[in-house]
Design a binder for this molecule. Structure first.
Ligand code: PAF
Length: 292
């Protein structure tokens, strides 16, 4: 059995710069807000397989929380996060304070995510993606990765990071990693720890809605949304925000072919998101009706 190596933990820019200077390439970065779970472990494993040096960032970014959101109660579990990082053979953990990340307070300059940042999560959480992309760009500048890994549970976030990398000519590769689920289908999320036992049972409706939606793909996008809505509408204690079919790039749903079902709902006070692939075959693709 190989010995577990403790990662180097740095909290300020100078120490990070020193570690980055002596890092062997390629360098992979996994950005997180901590409260690490097996979904993060999957990202770290892919990073480890790809790069000579793996850097993880742990920072609960105040810029991406609205005034009535869960910034204050967001779980901060650095000690156990470091154990998971050690287990996954991470080289460097950058865990800055807000004062290190934003030395002048609220930054005057923010990354504007454009129209893609105004739909779905962006419509429900105004300013959310400005906050996400601003911190992601800052962390890219500080860690200088060759490749970054993001979980596909935050599907819109991955799409927006890819868009920013393209639009701003950032010379890095973005890898999306499939969602990790509990055996009963619940997508892993740091926010799952807010859920009581009965709320966790209710939250299973999201995975059930994805399965029902995927099974209705033959009927086209409207049928997929109707199937998902029926499951979510039956779940008492669940407040649906949206259940929408889009193209894989989050554009309008196609008539047929690959698409994505994207969900958001509140269970109790906990906001959950999930998504999954669907294959659409439109009714107009069926042979014409000829008989009486
Ligand atoms: O996905 C997250 O945990 C956060 O949005 C990220 C990418 C670390 C930025 O704060």
């Amino acid at each position: 059995m190989s010995a577990v190596r403790v990662p180097i933990v740095v909290h300020d820019r100078e120490a990070l710069a020193r570690e980055r200077e002596r890092a062997d390439g390629p360098v992979a970065v996994v950005m997180t807000m901590g409260a690490l779970h097996e979904g993060h472990a999957a990202l770290l494993r892919q990073a480890r397989a790809r790069a000579a040096t793996v850097i993880t960032t742990i920072f609960v970014n105040p810029l991406q929380f609205g005034p009535n959101e869960d910034f204050d109660r967001y779980p901060r579990t650095l000690a156990t996060d470091l154990e998971l990082c050690a287990r996954e053979d991470v080289d460097v953990v950058f865990a800055p304070s807000a004062a290190v990340m934003y030395p002048d307070g609220q930054p005057r300059t923010r990354v504007n995510p454009g129209p893609l940042g105004e739909i779905l999560e962006g419509a429900s959480r105004p300013g959310f993606f400005h906050g996400v992309l601003t911190v992601v760009l800052k962390l890219i500048n500080l860690t200088r990765p060759d490749v970054v890994f993001f979980g596909e549970k935050d599907y819109q976030q991955v799409a927006l990071v890819r868009q920013m990398v393209r639009d701003l000519d950032l010379d890095i590769e973005v890898v999306g990693v499939p969602t990790v689920r509990e055996p009963d289908g619940l997508a892993l999320s740091s926010r799952n720890r807010y859920l009581s036992g009965p709320e966790r049972t209710t939250a299973l409706a999201l995975a059930a809605a994805l399965r029902a939606g995927a099974a209705a793909g033959e009927g086209g996008a409207a049928a997929v949304e109707a199937a998902a809505n029926a499951v979510l509408g039956d779940a008492s204690g669940l407040q649906l925000d949206y259940a929408v079919v889009t193209a894989p790039d989050l554009g309008p749903a196609p008539e047929s072919g690959e698409a994505r079902l994207i969900l958001a709902a509140k269970v109790g006070t906990t906001r959950l998101i999930d998504n999954g692939p669907v294959r659409l075959a439109s009714r107009t693709g069926l042979p014409p009706f000829t008989g009486a």
